[in-house]
Design a protein around this ligand. Structure first.
Ligand SMILES: C[S@@+](CC[C@H](N)C(=O)[O-])C[C@H]1O[C@@H](n2cnc3c(N)ncnc32)[C@H](O)[C@@H]1O
Length: 301
């Protein structure tokens, strides 16, 4: 993998010459771990924290924390708690010294660990400045261990086909820095069942959902008749979609919104016709055998 990484960095330097990689070759060529040490400029750190809306109740983890600047800035600026993980003992030493200097030792932890083995499941915000290859290797674990709704921010490197929910650029003197932002989606794939009672009897609902990262599509069967879902949206554990159907000569629009927790879902349904609107509750259970892991999240390094 090292050869690929070096080739990739070389191409990157040609395209984006900048201080970290181009003028400090000892960082670049002498690195012995998965990623060389290149610190994130402070302006970019600020933007990453802003994008993730870090607040005092957050638990921020920086994987490959370098001198600890992302964790320390987050704690100082927002009052959150933070953990920095780096494999290099020198970086951990620097991080601890910087935290002491900033007066935040009570709210931070710096651990010398391999990020592929570290437990970061408690994170509510995860920050990364790694490499494309490392992001992709880490992606299955991110999707598997982090709680739905956890925010993930990456400096410069994307997650390929897990498209970012947001992306921004910070233009500095030497180059422009990309920042990518994702919200970890719940796994809503599979078959959900529920029964709805009405005056004239009962309706049987079966919802079949397919998912690729935060994107969903599927079909809702009402008493066996299939309707494609539209405007499907999944943000963390919040699911929304609509279906339209003709009933007794009228167009009926059904807007479902719900919260997913494991194999249960609970939410509200707004039913609209041209002349009336009503709101009701719905609650469904998923057949656990129908769940498909979010792409790649079953594979681990
Ligand atoms: C590009 S630097 C980012 C530093 C810091 N996050 C920042 O943005 O300023 C990447 C860091 O990852 C660390 N690193 C490389 N491979 C690692 C691994 N397998 N586990 C943990 N840390 C690693 C390096 O020591 C380096 O400090």
């Amino acid at each position: 993998m090292k050869k690929t990484v070096i080739l990739f960095l070389f191409v990157l330097v040609l395209i984006f010459p900048f201080k970290g990689f181009s003028q400090e070759p000892d960082y670049l060529w002498d690195y012995q771990y998965d990623v060389p040490y290149v610190p994130t400029p402070h302006e970019v750190v600020q933007e990453m924290l802003k994008m993730a809306k870090v607040g005092k109740n957050d638990y921020l983890y920086d994987l490959g924390c370098g001198d600890g600047r992302i964790v320390i800035t987050a704690v100082k600026d927002t009052g959150c708690r933070g953990v920095g993980i780096d494999i290099d003992p020198q970086r951990i030493e620097e991080s601890k010294n910087n935290a002491a200097e900033a007066g935040v030792t009570d709210k931070v932890k710096f651990l010398q660990q391999d990020l592929f083995e570290a437990d970061f499941s408690k994170a509510t915000v995860l920050t990364l400045y790694l490499l494309q290859t490392v992001n992709l290797e880490l992606r299955p674990k991110i999707l598997r261990v982090l709680k739905p709704g956890t925010r993930v921010v990456s400096h410069d490197f994307s997650m390929k086909d897990w498209e970012a929910d947001k992306r921004t650029e910070v233009k500095l003197e030497r180059r422009s820095h990309s920042i990518y932002f994702w919200i970890v989606p719940a796994n809503v794939s599979g078959t959900w069942n529920w029964i709805s009672s009405k005056a004239s009897g009962k309706d049987q609902y079966v919802l079949k959902l397919e998912q690729q990262f935060q994107k969903i599509k599927g079909t809702l069967y009402i008493n066996g008749s299939g309707l494609s879902i539209a405007r499907g949206e999944l943000v963390g554990d919040k699911l929304q979609f609509t279906v339209g159907r003709m009933l007794e000569g009228q167009t009926v629009r059904m807007l479902f919104s719900a919260k997913v927790k494991g194999n249960s879902i609970q939410g509200s349904l707004r039913t609209e016709t041209d002349t009336a609107m009503k709101t009701s509750k719905w609650e469904a259970k998923r057949d656990p055998y129908t769940v498909v892991p979010i792409e790649g999240s079953d594979k681990l390094r």
